[in-house]
Ligand binder design. Structure first.
Ligand code: DX5
Ligand code: ZN
Length: 219
């Protein structure tokens, strides 16, 4: 069953020189999305476990940590200690997605996987019971501010059908190009959670923008 819309602003689009204030500006958000990039899995570099732990101290909102890194199995303990609520790794970066999910759940953290736009969902449908969340990328991972790829919603529809048919609790999240003009389509396809970076942080006042996005997803 589709969950009430969860809005997860990405702090990648925030001004890092005043992170505390930037996080206070999204007080209406359900989760905070933390984008970790290693300069290898994606051609960009963001921050690591220390900044994640800093974010943890700045807010009580659950941290949805998106690992765009190689060898995620080497890092999950560090991010669990840093205070991740959910750890999302990329299936393209591991050979044992089920084993890694079990390791993450063993650390007391929700387990999730993500797929790049070119990666099909079908090979993973049989393993969904090991995951609390699936993150569908609707842009190539690596940078904020890119255009939404509507064809990725086919993956969302496939997932929605599978999750509902099997009565699973796995949430479907979407990431990339989510804004007031795209969120309704993503909600209609079956998404439960929505990452939004530039749409939230480019708004004059991010807090009401989060509420507006939630309203548009609910309709
Ligand atoms: C992209 C990141 C996204 C990004 C979203 O690699 O995973 O979370 O920050 O930014 P927008 O909403 O601007 O597309
Ligand atoms: Zn992300």
């Amino acid at each position: 069953m589709q969950h009430a819309p969860i809005i997860a602003p990405s702090i990648l689009a925030a001004d890092f020189s005043r992170l505390g204030e930037e996080i206070a500006r999204i007080s209406t958000a359900d989760w905070v999305h933390v984008d970790i990039m290693d300069g290898h899995f994606v051609p960009n570099l963001s921050f690591g476990p220390d900044i994640t732990a800093t974010v943890r101290r700045l807010t009580d909102q659950p941290l949805d940590v998106h690992l765009m890194i190689e060898e995620p199995e080497r890092w999950v303990e560090r991010y669990a200690e840093a205070g991740a609520h959910t750890l999302i790794f990329h299936v393209e970066a591991t050979e044992d997605h089920v084993g890694l999910a079990q390791k993450i759940r063993g650390l007391g953290v929700r387990a999730a996987f993500s797929l790049k736009p070119g990666t099909p969902i079908e090979p993973y449908l049989g393993d969904l019971e090991h995951f609390d969340e699936v993150l569908v990328m609707s842009v190539e991972p690596g940078f904020g501010g890119q255009s939404f790829m509507p064809e990725q919603l086919n993956k969302v529809r496939t997932l929605r059908h599978e999750i509902d048919a099997r009565g699973l609790n796995t949430l479907i999240e979407i990431d990339g190009g989510i804004s007031e003009s795209t969120i309704a389509r993503a909600a209609e396809a079956g998404c439960d959670a929505f990452v939004a970076g530039s749409a939230v942080y480019k708004a004059e006042d991010p807090a009401p923008m989060v509420e507006s996005l939630r309203d548009l997803a609910r309709r």
